[in-house]
Design a binder for this molecule. Structure first.
Ligand SMILES: [Fe+2]
Ligand SMILES: [Fe+2]
Length: 355
C-alpha cells in the first residue's frame, strides 16, 4: 500500500442534492443542432447505469482503504456519483417521454455494467483481483470524465448557441464535481495496486469501448428521434461530429488524444490536470447547486448505497499487492483532487452567466 500525497488544502467532497426539471426540454436542446444535442445526450444513456456501478465498486473497495483521508474522499465520491446517476436518469426518462426509444441500447449498457463488469461469484484473492481490476477501469473512465468536465466548464460556444440553461447547469454541475473529485479513483487504484501496466491496460480497454458506445448511442438517438424523421439529420455521420467539434459544440478529437497521451505518462496524476478553481467557481454559482446548498435538509445528499455494508470479499487482510508505485515527484508537488482553492472572481464571473 502506498502513502498518498499529503496536502493541507483538501476539499471535503460532498454530494449536492440537486433537482432538475426536464419536462419542457426540447430534443434539440442546442437549438437546431440535433446531432450535437444527441451526442451529448449519450451521457444520459451511459451514466445512470455506469455511475451506479462506480458506487457499487467503490463501496466494496472502501473497507480495504487504510488511509483515513482517502476513505473520506471515497465516501464523498460515492455520494457524488450516486447523485450524478439519478440526475442523468431523469434526463434519460425525458428522452423516452419525448418518443426516443433507446430501450435496447440501455439494456446493452445494463448488461455491460451488471453482467460483464459485475460480480462473478469469486472469493479470496480472485475476488480481490477482480475488484482492483474494476477500480482500475473506473480510474481510466474518471480521467475521461474529468476531461469532459473540464471541457463543459469552458464551453462558451454552447451558451452562444442558445443551449438550454437547465441542461447546461446539469452538465456543468456534474462536470465541476468530476473535476473536483478527479483524483479519487486514481488515488484508490494506487493505494490498492498501482501497477503502471495494469493502469494502461485499463485505459486501452476503456477508450475504444467508450468510442464505440458513443458512436452507436449518437446514431441511435438521431435515428429514433421522431423530430428528425425524413430529414438528413436522421443519419449521424463522422463529418457531423467533426463539424460540431470545430464549432465548439462537442469535445473535439484532439482533446481525447491529449488525454490519452497524458495517461500514458508513468508520472501521471489527475491533480496535475484540470482546473479546480473553475470547478469550485462554477459550483458557487450553479443554480441547482446553490438551491441544494440553500436547503438545509437536502444540501448534502446521502449515498444511495449503504457504504457501511459488509464487503463481499475478505478485506481483513492487507492488500496482497503492496508494490504500488511510490508517489512521484509531480504528485507530491501537487495536491490531489481535493485541491481547494477559493473561487477566483474572474472565473466565477466567466461562468456565472453560463447557467
Ligand atoms: Fe459522475
Ligand atoms: Fe466521477
Amino acid at each position: 500500500m502506498t502513502a498518498l500525497p499529503q496536502d493541507g488544502d483538501r476539499i471535503a467532497l460532498h454530494a449536492r442534492d440537486v433537482r432538475f426539471d426536464f419536462s419542457a426540454l426540447r430534443t434539440d436542446w442546442i437549438p437546431d443542432e440535433p446531432f450535437a444535442s444527441h451526442l451529448i445526450d449519450v451521457l444520459h444513456l451511459l451514466l445512470p447505469e455506469g455511475e451506479r456501478w462506480f458506487v457499487e465498486v467503490f463501496s466494496q473497495a472502501l473497507p480495504m482503504v487504510r488511509d483515513d483521508a482517502l476513505a473520506e474522499d471515497v465516501r464523498g465520491f460515492i455520494g457524488q456519483e450516486a447523485m450524478h446517476a439519478s440526475s442523468h436518469q431523469g434526463a434519460l426518462d425525458h428522452l423516452g417521454e419525448a418518443g426516443i426509444d433507446v430501450t435496447r441500447y440501455v439494456e446493452q449498457v445494463e448488461w455491460i455494467f451488471g453482467e460483464l463488469l459485475g460480480e462473478r461469484g469469486l472469493s479470496g484473492d480472485e475476488a480481490r483481483e477482480w475488484l482492483v481490476e474494476r477500480v482500475g477501469l473506473v480510474a481510466a473512465i474518471e480521467h475521461l470524465t474529468a476531461v469532459l468536465g473540464e471541457w463543459i466548464l469552458h464551453s462558451p460556444e454552447l451558451d452562444a448557441a442558445g443551449a438550454d440553461p437547465q441542461m447546461l447547469d446539469m452538465l456543468r454541475w456534474h462536470g465541476a464535481e468530476e473535476v473536483e473529485h478527479r483524483s479519487v479513483a486514481h488515488d484508490l487504484y494506487v493505494h490498492l495496486d498501482g501497477r503502471y501496466l495494469r493502469r494502461i491496460r485499463a485505459m486501452l480497454v476503456t477508450a475504444p469501448a467508450l468510442i464505440r458506445l458513443w458512436a452507436s448511442g449518437t446514431a441511435q438517438l438521431c435515428a429514433r428521434d421522431p423530430g428528425l424523421r425524413g430529414t438528413p439529420a436522421r443519419r449521424a455521420r463522422v463529418r457531423d461530429y467533426l463539424r460540431a467539434s470545430r464549432r465548439g459544440l462537442v469535445p473535439g478529437p484532439m482533446l481525447f488524444t491529449r488525454a490519452m497521451l497524458s495517461y500514458l505518462n508513468p508520472r501521471f496524476h489527475p491533480a496535475n490536470h484540470g482546473d479546480t478553481d473553475a470547478a469550485v467557481a462554477y459550483l458557487a454559482v450553479s443554480p441547482a447547486a446553490r438551491a441544494a446548498e440553500a436547503e438545509p435538509s437536502s444540501g448534502t445528499a446521502e449515498p444511495t448505497i449503504d457504504t457501511a455494508a459488509e464487503p463481499t470479499i475478505d478485506t481483513a487482510a492487507e492488500p496482497s499487492r503492496s508494490t504500488a508505485t511510490a508517489p512521484t515527484a509531480d504528485t507530491a508537488a501537487e495536491p490531489r483532487s481535493s485541491t481547494a482553492a477559493a473561487p477566483s472572481s474572474s472565473t466565477a464571473a466567466e461562468h456565472g452567466g453560463a447557467a
